[in-house]
Design a protein around this ligand. Structure first.
Ligand code: COA
Length: 389
């Protein structure tokens, strides 16, 4: 029996900032952001969206009543937690109207946590093939205004339904992982922005990719040429390109050209959204599936997941014949319809997030078109609204 991703859907905000404009405002050459970082646009997350609303907005359009009845596990991978104790997955399950006989948990290990969720959910379905699991990687990537990490911000959520006989991607049972205590990126509880040693984290990312990719090939006796495409965690798209380049000497020239062409498709949508931490690898997967005309059923995909701190995993998966039926085909049009905001409006959104203080707060929500929104805080409880209820 095969198990893997049956459906995959994405949500971000309705706002973005143009990277050429941001570069000019920051006194940088636009090509540094467009080529050196590899980003064209960056999602601007308004105060009325947080990881919970992004997660619910990503999941609801793809779930049928039959799916909802079969889901008995909800995992939200995030590093944008809104509570030290309560799992965001419980809010998400409530907003989505899911079955009460359901495990609802939040997972954390920086950007790796989405993959931890996918692997846990796949193993769960292998044991209980009549059940389904909902896995969501949801984050708001925040480094701070006027910081080197600023052009690698963004936000959004990727929701994946994990099932037996999946329509999109069958996930192998074998994978190679690496986990070591590394201080490349972290966020103490008193901060809303990450602390990062940016250059160090980029080097560790490459080291981890090389380690788990080569480890996987040795462990499984697989040739690098067996993979039709490699997909990467993309904190910014140049990062994935660097990792890809580090692997090119391992394959033939023809295969190198194929990998590069697939990579360009796999970073197309990430270029328009920016970093979404736990969901970035899976937005890249979605980008490949939507934008690449050269994919075919049976293609072997290699996925590299990385989370600072640091944990990495490489695993293989096989593209399924009906994959077009399980993917978010309307996404490019939704991204094209977003509203461009200037740098000042982006900064207002960045600074206007719900404050970490006990007082009641009301957030501006009138311009947010999404179904699920955060309206504020009352009696120290976040207030979520489902506009369809
Ligand atoms: N035209 C084209 N490229 C240009 C350029 C220009 N005018 N000016 C600079 N660049 C290139 C640089 O050569 C560099 O490319 P390289 O990485 O291939 O050498 C790239 O743009 C970035 O420039 P750099 O000076 O290194 O940027 P920075 O010091 O401002 O920081 C990061 C870049 C990625 C380290 C920073 O954004 C960051 O800390 N991000 C968060 C951490 C992160 O995402 N880590 C990844 C692992 S999870």
């Amino acid at each position: 029996m095969q198990v893997g991703i049956d459906k995959i859907h994405f949500a971000t905000s309705h706002l973005y900032v143009d990277m050429t404009e941001l570069a000019r405002q920051r006194g940088q050459a636009p090509d540094k952001f467009l080529i050196g970082i590899g980003q064209s646009q960056m999602a601007v997350i308004p105060p009325s969206q947080d990881l919970v609303t992004l997660a619910a907005n990503a999941a609801y359009p793809m779930l049928t009543a039959e799916d909802a009845a079969a889901i008995d596990l909800v995992v939200v991978g995030t590093e944008s937690g809104i509570d030290h104790s309560k799992a965001s997955a419980i809010y998400v399950a409530r907003l989505l109207g899911l079955n009460r006989r359901c495990r609802t948990i939040e997972m954390k290990e920086a950007c790796y946590a989405g993959t931890a969720g996918v692997q846990l959910a796949s193993d769960h379905v292998r044991v209980h093939p009549d059940k389904k699991a909902l896995v969501i990687g949801a984050d708001v990537a925040r480094y701070g205004l006027n910081t080197p990490g600023e052009p690698t911000q963004g936000g959004g959520a990727v929701a994946m339904l994990i099932s037996a006989n999946p329509r999109v991607l069958a996930i192998d049972t074998e994978s190679t992982v690496l986990s070591q205590d590394v201080m490349d990126f972290w966020r103490p509880p008193y901060r809303t922005e990450a602390l990062v040693d940016g250059k160090y984290s980029s080097n560790i990312y490459i080291d981890y990719f090389q380690d788990v990719f080569k480890g996987y090939l040795e462990q499984t006796g697989t040739s690098a040429n067996a993979f039709d495409a490699l997909i990467f965690h993309l904190p910014y798209t140049k990062m994935g390109l660097k990792a890809l380049r580090s692997a090119l000497p391992m394959v033939s020239e023809t295969q190198q050209q194929r990998w590069i062409a697939h990579f360009e498709a796999s970073r197309k949508l990430n270029r328009l959204v920016g970093n979404l931490y736990t969901g970035s690898l899976y937005l890249s997967l979605l980008s490949l599936l939507i934008a690449d005309p050269n994919l075919k059923a049976g293609d072997r995909l290699g996925l590299f997941s990385y989370g600072s701190g640091a944990e990495g995993e490489f695993y293989g998966a096989t593209l399924q014949a009906d994959y077009q039926q399980g993917i978010d085909l309307g996404l490019p049009q939704r991204l094209a319809r977003r509203q461009r905001v200037d740098v000042s409006a982006y900064e207002d959104c960045f600074n206007g997030q719900l404050a970490w203080q006990p007082a009641n707060q009301t957030l501006p929500t009138h311009n947010d078109p999404h179904r699920f929104i955060l309206t504020g805080q009352k009696d120290q409880q976040r207030q979520y609204l489902d506009r369809c209820n």
